[in-house]
Design a protein around this ligand. Sequence first.
Ligand code: ADP
Length: 499
Amino acid sequence: MDFKPEICFVASEMYPFSKTGGLADVIGVLPLTLHKMGYNVCVITPFYGRIATSEFSPHLVYEDMKVGYPWPEISADVFRAKFYGMPVYFIDRGEYYDRRYYYCTYKGDYFDNCERFIFFCRAAMALMKKMGSPPKIVHSHDWHAALINSYIYYQKRHDPFWEDTATIFTIHNLAFQGRFSVRLFWDSGLPYEAWNMDGVEFYDSFNLLKGGIAHADLVTTVSPSYAGEILTPEFGCGLEGILQKRSTDLMGILNGADYNVWNPGKDKYLEANYTAKNLEGKFACKKDLIQNLCLSSRLMHRPVLGFIGRLRSQKGIDLLLEIIPELVKKDVGVAVLGEGDAEYEASLMNLVELYPDHVAGLVGYTEEMAHKIQAGTDIFLMPSRYEPCGLTQMYSLRYGTPPVATAVGGLKDTIVPYPNEKSTGFIFENSTSNDLLQAMEKALALFEDKDAWAKLQARGMKADFSWKRSAELYIKAYQSIGYDQIDSKNKDKKTSSSI
Ligand code: ADP
């Protein structure tokens, strides 16, 4: 194989091949942005079943690659696709990844998640070895890929292959840690010394995310505010201690938005396209959405609110469900798209039955409807209890749908709160239904002032969260752990012609 990547991304999701949330969006765009900037990048991700039919036609490059896990040793096949010129490698082992869902069913997590993702990390390392020259940077993401940092940390001691490889670990959501029983630690192949409170041990359980924090050369998270918040007991999910110990190697880099995918000017899912200069298409989108969701046509002249996200307490969906009767009294429409806790799904369905003219609830995951709601609603709701970065509010800003959001994490870093001459949305302090309702009331009052609303929309649509700026910060982060940019750029020019 002729391609020798210098920066290897390792992640469990990548849009458009797989997606359950923001992680996929990030992996679908950050590596590609670096690739377009001239860096020598690849992505390694699992080969979930449906990827086989992807338009990017992955093809088999390695059959039966030995992985060295578990005992007795099993192997993986490796597929490769070119994603706009950048290589993406897929680790294939059907029994692990070719399933209906990625991590869990409605009954709970897959029982073998630990094994699946230990295997993934070890297969990713086996693949890097097969490619022949060690990457300079291994950039892994979230608990599924966290162990790669621990493996490299210990293997460096006796395997010269990894000697010059630096690792960076990005936390997209600290609440998902990948905690398993100690028995699985023994199977993982990590040395005994990793089992301690500064390593992968966490109250007698095997914590994969903690391993990433403990053993990566640099730890990042997806917004500056969240990087500060996770050092506190309120947001640290029990890991604030180890994060504090690593705080000099911890930084927050704000995610960006992929404006090739999320751009109302060329969004292929929309009834009509529109731009900040001419919002006529947005009305057509609203009409289309209202018809699609069988809401009252009167809502064309009333504000319609949108919510897209996991129906979990993190996202504050319970706060929204609580105030829906109040919103309906104000003759406001609500469109919710999401899936998650059965209890919230059921309450949403009850509200849809109670208020069919005003409330639409779509339980499920559909990319097309996410775009239609961004475009066809007037106000976007994000009452999250915590939000590492949040992408949907960045998209809603671009779609002329000002957000109402809690003052946490990336929401604080991306929304300029009203009232302010630069405001782009509405922020409220406490995660309570009362505070949410008060913020909503402010938004609804401003909505009646058509000029002021249009200005708010225009400012939001012009806000620029494109990836290039964030990608440059990642390059600086790589440099801080020894990545030699100039050398790599020159080399890359030579290599890219042979890809
Ligand atoms: P998180 O990663 O915490 O789930 P983000 O706001 O960072 O939240 O990213 C969520 C991404 O997932 C966005 O692209 C959003 O449009 C998408 N998304 C979330 N829920 C759904 C759904 N039910 N259907 C379609 N897309 C969804």
